[in-house]
Every structure is written in C-alpha cells, then in structure tokens.
Design a protein around this ligand. Sequence first.
Ligand code: MN
Length: 261
Amino acid sequence: MSNSSRTIAEVLGCLADGSITIVDLSRPLGENTPVIGLPPEFAQSPGFTREQISKYDERGPGWYWNIIHVGEHTGTHFDAPAHWVTGKDLPENTLDKIPARKMIAPVCVIDASKESAADHDFLLTPEFVETWELTHGRIAAGSWVLMRTDWSKRTDTDDFLNIKEDGAHSPGPSVDCIRLLVERGVAGFGTETVGTDAGQAHLFDPMFPCHHLIHQAGKFGLASLCNLDQLPATGAMLITAPMKIVDGSGSPVRVFAITPS
Ligand code: MN
C-alpha cells in the first residue's frame, strides 16, 4: 500500500472507530426555512417550495419525486464570488467553475456567542480576531473562518431574522474584520445568521462588507450554518460542496466538518 493510500485508510479507520467525527453544519431545508428580506425597492428571493410529480400513485406507481423551487441563497448555503458585483469579472467565480479542491479546507471557529447574546448587533472586529489568534495561533491562509454566535439556536423564524422597525438586527463581521481576513488569505467567511453580513450591514461603508470585500477577493461565503458549538477552535476540516449550477451564484449546501473526537 502506498503512503497516500495508507493515509486514506487511516482516516477511514478513525471514522469507523469514532476517533474522528463528522459534524453536520447544515440546517434542514424546507418550506419553513427563513429567507433574507431586502429593502422593498429590490427584487426578493422566494422561499423553498415544491410540487409533487408522483408518490407511489397513478402518476408513478413505484416512485416518489418532487420539483423544487428555491432561491440560490436559501437556508444553509454557499456564496460564490459572482454573487456580488465586485466579484463579477473574477476567474472561477461561479459554482460550475470553482475547482473541487477549493471545497475542502481547514476551519477556524471564533466563538462570539456570549457577545452576540448580549448585543444582537455585535460585530466581529480585527481586535477580537487578533485576541483569538493569541490563544489559537494565526489564521492560516486557505482556512475558513466561521463566526459562532449560537444564532442557529433561535428556532423561531421571527427571532432568527430579528427584524425591527429599522431593519434586521443580527451579529456579523465589521468592515475592518473582513479586511483582516482577506489579508490572512482565508478561503471564506461563514456565519449562523441568514446571510454572511450583519443585520444592519446596509448602513456600513462599503455596504454589506462581507459580500463586497470577500467576493472582490475571490473568497466564498457560508450562511445559516448550525452546530458550530460542536467544533473545536482549530483542527477540524470543512467539506463544502455546493451544487454545480452553470453560472450559479450560490446554492443550498450540505456542509460537513471532519473533527477530532
Ligand atoms: Mn448568500
């Protein structure tokens, strides 16, 4: 057996004996999945709907299948660089062009759950990230950075979206935080909230900085993740494989973390 075959056998052995665990970071996708709302002057993304083709009946006696209708950015989903105008001319910017190799990467989890519980508009700052790095080491190029807020534990849609008279209130990254992460050469940035930006990020400069700056740099986004409380700060690996939609700007995604037990 070659060394590389042995490595794969070893990983499979660790999965079998439970010393490595798979954590599912995706939320169920269905008719009740919350969808981001935009200011009324913009076109809105619909939620998930489905229409039955047949279910073991006269339309198809031995089989069950549906037609699904869903916005690309619904539920736990992947943002490709082409999602934002700043990434529109980059190479490999749509789902069909992103190489599979880029969909497997190490992951850093920054725990801002206490801060986000105390302040629904909590912003991850460069100082917060650098303090995290003092304990866990510098964020390595090519890593995903996920912001843990425990927002996915808000199972009620109104609590999850948290919309007030002046718009949504949910935690996210500051402009300078995203600049720092781009400088670190991250693979992308992921959150537990409905989108990768904070609820009030339409007021930032640039507006929606995670979208603007991350996609401008050819990086990816992940939104509506869950189970981040089951991940170590470092040492896990993410597999993020969006659908291979031609010219796709994003898609619902099943995200797996491979973690030490
Ligand atoms: Mn999105």
